[in-house]
Design a protein around this ligand. Sequence first.
Ligand SMILES: [Zn+2]
Length: 234
Amino acid sequence: MDNIIQGISTFRGQIFPGQRQMYQRLVRDGQSPKALIIACADSRVSPEHITQAGPGELFVCRNAGNIVPPFSQQNGGVSSAIEYAVVALGVRDVVVCGHSDCGAMKGLMTPEALGKMPNVAAWLRHAAAAERIVCEAYPADMDPKERHRALALENVMVQLSNLRTHPSVAGALAKGELSLHGWFFEIETGELLAYDGEAGRFVSLEHEAELPVAEVSASPRMAAPEYAARIAAA
Ligand SMILES: [Zn+2]
C-alpha cells in the first residue's frame, strides 16, 4: 500500500494543482463523457490509460470478464451504469472491451477451478453462450491458448448482444442515437482490436483510418413498416 499512498500524495501535491481548474469546470458544468466503456476489472486493462482519456471523458464500468448481464427485473450495478450513461448522460457510444490473458475466460474454460468462488462461477454464467460457441463452432483440436483467445473474442460479441436487451440501449438504437463497439486489448503488444460489423471480424485499429463500429444506428429504424416509411419520408 505504500506505493498507493505515495501516489495519492503526489496527485494531491503535484498533479491536482495544475488540473484544479479542469476539475472545477467538471463540477460546475457537470460531466459529459464521450462514451460508456464496459471493461474487465483486470488490473492490467485500464480503459483510461489505453485511450489516454482524462477525467470526465469516459464513463467506465468494470467487472470480472467485461460482462453485461441481460436485462432483468433484478437490479444490478452494470444495468444501472448502462441506464445512467445512456439516459442521463446521453452517451452516443457504448464499448465492451475484452482482453488477452483474461482470468475470467480461463475460469469459464476450467469451471473446476472455481470451486471456492461460487459468486464468480454464477457471474460467468452470463458468458456461457460464448463458451458454447467456441465448443460447437470452432475446431476441436485448437491449441488451448488459441481457444482461450477465441473465447475472449466471442465473449465480447455475446456481451454486445446482452447489451441490446437493455431497454435504454434498444430505445437509443431505434432512435439512431447510439453505436455499439466491441474492443479487444492485447496486453502483450498494446494493440487494440475492434469488431468491424461490416467485415464481420475483429480488425486492428492501427490500420484503420476510422474507428470500426460493431453496430451503428446513425438513423432511426423501426420494424413497423408504416412508421418506418413515415420516418424515411421526413
Ligand atoms: Zn479479464
